[in-house]
Design a protein around this ligand. Structure first.
Ligand SMILES: N[C@@H](CCC(=O)N[C@@H](CS)C(=O)NCC(=O)O)C(=O)O
Length: 206
């Protein structure tokens, strides 16, 4: 299999943590998003969506979504399960992954991509050029700030996002906290549960 990635970007980072935690090695190609390499025709031939991460499986199948790539890797490398140890945990990991992506990542991206000159006409990832909408900047900030408190409340009585071991949901939460800095948002002082959790996760996943 071959992984196309860009270490600095948040969605690729989720796969980096996943692979590192499992202790597996995958043939990896860096695509420099800062130089726009993901928009080159040669990369679009590999992934027409022009997004990273991208995994080409040993069977030659294209996987473009982090969640799909993680499902595939979990099935191939079942040591150190990261997507739940039981039926309910599997459901909870997927549910949190979905919420963190929809309510956390997309909120940050809403601000970043509608604000930064680097994303003029690239307000959404993908093959289409989409204009920025400045009105969305403050909405994204509001949504992302609120999501810190969602995570903080969830972690009031838990060490991990799901069950009692590391999962993809923790990888997503840690990556959300790091990505938030891109729009100058940091864990609010009053979110003590999240602050302590962040310290623990950085040590475990770091
Ligand atoms: N739905 C994809 C999203 C992947 C994604 O949006 N990746 C970003 C990098 S963090 C990207 O490729 N952006 C392309 C662009 O900005 O043009 C997933 O779940 O993996």
């Amino acid at each position: 299999m071959k992984l196309y990635t860009y270490d600095e970007a948040p969605n690729p980072k989720r796969i980096t943590y996943f692979i590192k935690h499992k202790g597996i090695e995958i043939d990896t190609v860096q695509i420099d998003m800062m130089k726009g390499e993901h928009l080159n025709a040669s990369f679009k031939e590999i992934n027409p969506l022009a997004t990273l991460p991208t995994l080409i499986t040993d069977e030659g199948e294209l996987l473009t979504e982090v969640i799909g790539i993680c499902c595939y890797l979990e099935a191939h490398f079942p040591e150190k399960l990261l997507m739940g140890n039981s039926a309910i945990e599997k459901a909870q990991v997927i549910s949190w992954d979905h919420r963190i992506f929809m309510e956390g990542f997309s909120a940050i991206a809403e601000t970043l991509r509608n604000k930064s000159p680097a994303f003029v006409n690239r307000a959404l990832p993908g093959p289409l050029d989409i204009p920025q909408i400045p009105e969305l900047i403050s909405r994204g900030e509001l949504r992302a700030s609120h999501f810190f408190t969602v995570l903080d409340q969830h972690l009031a009585s838990r060490e991990f996002m799901v069950g009692d071991s590391m999962s993809l949901a923790d990888i997503d939460a840690l990556t959300f906290i790091g990505f938030a800095k891109w729009i100058k948002l940091r864990i609010p002082e009053e979110c003590e549960n999240l602050t302590n959790y962040h310290k623990r996760m950085k040590t475990l996943l770091g």
